[in-house]
Design a protein around this ligand. Structure first.
Ligand code: B12
Length: 222
């Protein structure tokens, strides 16, 4: 348990690994990279590390930012540290899947650079056997439309972390429908809610990556 708390603190402090000089007082000491490896070696499950160290760490980072205790540069180091941890557990979550259960076109909407949650959703979907086409961050509606045209049976997954970029999800749905595309859409991201999903005509909403998998299965089988 202490090890998970240590990782959580390292995410909050933004200390990537022993080679990283940030923050100064942790320079040369083990960072998220080494501690996640240690946790895996000691038998902690990837899900436990994910939920109780990496995601919980990012939650604290968000709270600190809100209270003006940290600023964007610090948040960036934390995000890098978290991504490093994610990279290590990715192979364990994704596994070796030979049968594809469906395709999901995934992207963070236009104007939004946040991709940790989207990447996590992508990893979980891949782990459950979905083919994931990742359009990346800051994705304009045209890019979703072009990919949906090539994959008319695919599910579209959109992520937004900013209240100002949430509205761009509606722009994507409107654009899909305007172009006669019937791809179902699921959305998520910290400020997104079920009622917002209903309001903009998305077929599904999920609060986290685990639920995103069951939602994707449900939407693609309906
Ligand atoms: C890390 C971070 C950053 C990093 C992003 C790095 C990266 N590569 O992603 C950096 C430093 C770049 C950043 C920048 C900014 N950020 Co920022 N950031 C965060 C922070 C701390 C954590 C986000 C995160 O990764 N969480 C962890 C992941 C795992 O959670 P998640 O994203 O919510 O994803 C889960 C679910 O939401 C869901 N999900 C997510 N996507 C999807 C998609 C689908 C299809 C489904 C089904 C589910 C789903 O599943 C995921 C896994 O369980 C949040 C705080 C917070 N409370 O969210 C602020 C936060 C989102 N940022 C904020 C702000 C204001 C900014 C900036 C505007 C700051 C600035 N002044 O420049 C810029 C905007 C840049 C831009 N144009 O996008 C605000 C947003 C406020 C608002 N209401 O709009 C927040 C809430 C901080 C705060 N408390 O004020 N940020």
């Amino acid at each position: 348990m202490d090890l998970l708390k240590d990782i959580e603190t390292l995410v909050v402090r933004g200390h990537i690994d022993a080679a990283s000089n940030y923050p100064k007082d942790l320079s040369g000491k083990p960072g998220v990279r080494e501690k996640v490896a240690e946790a895996l070696e000691k038998g902690f499950s990837p899900q436990d590390i994910l939920l109780n160290a990496l995601i919980s760490g990012m939650k604290i980072v968000g709270e600190k930012y809100e209270k003006n205790e940290i600023f964007v540069p610090e948040m960036l180091f934390s995000a890098k540290a978290m991504k490093n941890g994610l990279q290590q557990i990715r192979p364990l979550l994704v596994g070796d899947v030979s049968i594809r259960v469906g395709t999901v076109i995934l992207g963070t909407v236009q104007g939004d650079m946040h991709d940790i949650g989207k990447n996590l959703v992508g990893m979980m979907l891949e782990g459950a056997g979905f083919e994931v086409i990742d359009l990346g961050i800051n994705t304009p509606p045209d890019k979703f439309v072009a990919m949906a045209r090539q994959h008319p049976d695919a599910l579209i997954g959109m992520s937004a972390l900013l209240t100002v970029t949430m509205k761009n999800m509606k722009a994507v749905i409107d654009s899909l429908r305007y172009n006669g595309l019937k791809n179902k859409v699921m959305i998520g991201g910290a400020p997104v809610t079920e009622s917002f999903a209903n309001e903009i005509g998305a077929e599904g909403y999920s609060i986290n990556a685990n639920q995103a998998v069951s939602l994707a299965k449900q939407l693609l089988s309906a």
